[in-house]
Design a protein around this ligand. Structure first.
Ligand code: GLA
Length: 636
């Protein structure tokens, strides 16, 4: 791409309404006294519901949608929290060129022409019906002029029709008008915004060259952050945010970002939307589920009430997750629950067998996902074949998942240390799949079957009796600046064979930027937190030149042991640590270098609502300096 073609979209966007990119504070490490992750919209808990895509792809219609909605109601899943009924790609017929209004496929949604809507079809009768059943309704669009099925689908099935202009059903150039139509006129409560329109329509794309579509200079390149125009992508979302606020005066909406971990969105999606996809599409096979799980699994600090990681919709009901594969289906569900992922069912519920409905309906697992503390699980044990995830719940219990990724059984040992519980006191366990109760002291052996995920709710005596480590409350910690200046692909994400391409092409090379982001209990590169030879089993690992925002839920004191981590490549770089409370300085350290012992930093934080933890280093080039906030905790 030439420089001119790359810069043009930035110029166009800067001329538009988006201000956020320009009003960013000059010094990202300066305390703001404000929580800056997305708090608008309505996603205090991870959204639960149903989406049409995995079951039907573009071939969605009213009968299929209402059939699934009715099953959610009749089976009791609605009572358990499944609320959103979301229409994905395939609903749009065209954009009427006389007034730019979007026309939906009334042949597929016959209620659209009932009531007052004889001439122009409307989704209002459908959303009215869903609302009357107690549901919320979601719709789909794209950041560009065209949607993903227009970019990639081969068949003619339910793609928009008409002239090139009529088939431009995406938001580009129409954001405010379309959002108004979706939310004010049609009564939707949620929108998923895809990104193929800003990625797949370069002027040399075959579909553009053949005259089917207008070119739009790509600003996302899924395989390359450096070829993506991150500010331009963010600016498009800023426009959407403004329109959503305008047409939802009650603030009751949900914005789902769908740019698949590209453009480094794994770091900033939390700032602009309620849920944000961390990877490319899931499919109904085990390998792909692993990829999508991994794309979110070590990113607990990037998920909070109001802004969740989204490893994509559930594929339970098909392929490796159908009723003949209940172990795999249970694992998929348990892992999504532990990650605080949205629980969006992707099955044709009209024909889903009861054992799978029972998985969706496991109230104990749903309770983990919907726990009010909003803490995504943290990886306590991490290896390619086996992982132990631990999630701190609002009442102090821990949820623990033991996940066997492979095809051989594993003789696992769960320790009290994994749970940050005392090893000299009993730990009581309830198995959330079987209901069985047990207890252990210090450690417990158990066999985990191939592809099984054993999940317990655990009660024990906490090692830190009078407080919470920050890594136990990631939902309260926001890496406002994570110090990553050169985004690099995360090498810990499983690289599966995408089922839509098979072994054509070059396979899956590392592509999801985010390596070096803030980590719970480990360094940004997934190593133990170690300062001058002393290892901390709890704490925050982050790069220098970072600022963490920490919500204080009534604690009196903050304390940590800080320093440059022994893993830093540059041993000479000095780093200073600062602590702020509601924007005011509370404590700081002198400059510290690698090899200097950890230094205590502590302050009285009674009445403080927001803490900020800053690690500042002048003149750093690249991502070279991991720093550790060892034992960082809020104490009563
Ligand atoms: C993209 C998204 C999917 C789905 C399709 C629709 O691939 O990632 O979740 O919305 O587009 O075409």
């Amino acid at each position: 791409m030439t420089l001119r073609r790359f810069l043009l979209p930035i110029a166009l966007l800067c001329a538009g309404t988006s201000l956020s990119a320009q009003t960013a504070p000059a010094d990202p490490l300066a305390p703001t006294g404000r929580w800056t992750a997305y708090a608008a919209g309505s996603a205090q808990l991870p959204p639960m519901g149903w989406n049409s895509w995995n079951a039907f792809f573009t071939e969605i219609d009213e009968e299929k949608l209402m059939g699934s909605a009715r099953r959610i109601l009749d089976s009791g899943l609605a009572e358990k929290g499944y609320r959103y009924i979301n229409i994905d790609d395939g609903w749009a017929l065209k954009r009427r060129t006389s007034d730019d209004r979007l026309i939906l496929r009334a042949d597929k949604f016959p209620s659209a022409l009932t009531g007052r809507n004889k001439g122009t079809p409307s989704f209002r009768p459908l959303t009215d019906r869903l609302h009357a059943m107690g549901f919320k309704a979601g719709i789909y669009s794209d950041l560009g002029r065209n949607t993903c099925s227009q970019a990639y689908s081969d068949g003619p099935t339910q793609l928009p029709e008409g002239t090139v202009a009529e088939r431009e059903v995406g938001l580009y150039g129409h954001t405010d008008k379309d959002i108004r139509l979706f939310f004010s006129d049609w009564g939707f409560d949620a929108i998923k915004v895809d990104g193929c329109g800003i990625r797949a329509f370069a002027d040399d794309a075959p579909r553009v060259r053949s005259g089917q579509f207008r070119a739009l200079v790509p600003i996302i390149d899924q395989h390359s952050v450096t070829r993506s125009n991150v500010p331009a992508v963010k600016a498009l979302f800023a426009d959407i945010n403004q329109s959503l606020a305008r047409y939802n005066p009650d603030g009751d909406y949900m914005l789902s970002l769908c740019i698949w971990g590209s453009a480094n969105v794994r770091s900033w999606g939390k700032d602009v939307g309620n849920i944000s996809r961390t990877s490319d599409d899931i499919s109904a096979d085990w390998g792909r589920m692993l990829t999508n799980f991994d794309s979110a699994a070590r990113r607990a600090f990037y998920a909070h009430p109001g802004s969740w990681n989204d490893p994509d919709m559930l594929f339970i009901g098909k392929g490796d997750f159908d009723a003949d594969h209940l172990t795999e289906a249970r694992s998929h569900f348990a892992l999504w629950a532990m990650l605080n992922a949205p629980l969006l069912i992707g099955a044709d519920l009209r024909s889903t067998p009861q054992p799978l409905i029972d998985i969706f309906g496991n109230a104990d697992l749903i309770a983990l996902n919907q726990d009010s503390a909003g803490n995504q699980a943290v990886m306590a044990f991490d290896a390619d074949g086996f992982q132990i995830l631990v999630k701190t719940l609002a009442n102090g219990d821990k949820a623990v998942a033991l996940f066997n990724r492979g095809l051989a059984p594993i003789d696992a040992v769960l320790t009290a240390d994994h749970l940050k519980f005392r090893a000299d006191r009993p730990v009581a366990l309830a198995n959330l799949w079987t209901g069985a109760k047990s207890d252990f002291t210090k450690e417990m052996k158990l066999r985990v079957a191939p592809r099984e995920t054993v999940v317990f709710r655990a009660k024990g005596e906490r090692v830190l009796a009078d407080g919470l480590y920050l890594s136990e409350q990631p939902g309260m910690v926001n890496p406002a600046a994570d110090g990553v200046v050169q985004p690099e692909p995360d090498p810990t994400i499983y690289r599966s064979i995408p089922n839509w391409r098979g072994t054509r092409g070059i396979g899956e090379r590392p592509m999801y930027a985010g390596w070096g982001g803030a980590m719970a209990d480990f360094t940004p590169y997934n190593q133990p937190l170690t300062i001058a030879g002393k290892t901390f089993t709890s704490g925050v690992g982050i790069l220098a030149n970072s600022r963490l925002e920490v919500r204080n839920a009534g604690f009196a004191r903050f304390s940590a042991q800080v320093g440059v981590d022994d893993s830093a490549l540059d041993g000479d770089q000095p780093v200073r640590f600062f602590l702020y409370g509601d924007g005011k300085p509370l404590a700081s350290t002198p400059p510290l270098r690698r090899g200097q012992p950890a230094q205590a930093i502590a302050a009285d934080v009674k009445g403080v609502k927001l803490l900020e933890l800053v690690a500042r280093a002048d003149g750093v080039k690249g991502n070279a300096v991991p720093v550790s906030w060892g034992d960082a905790a809020l104490l009563r």
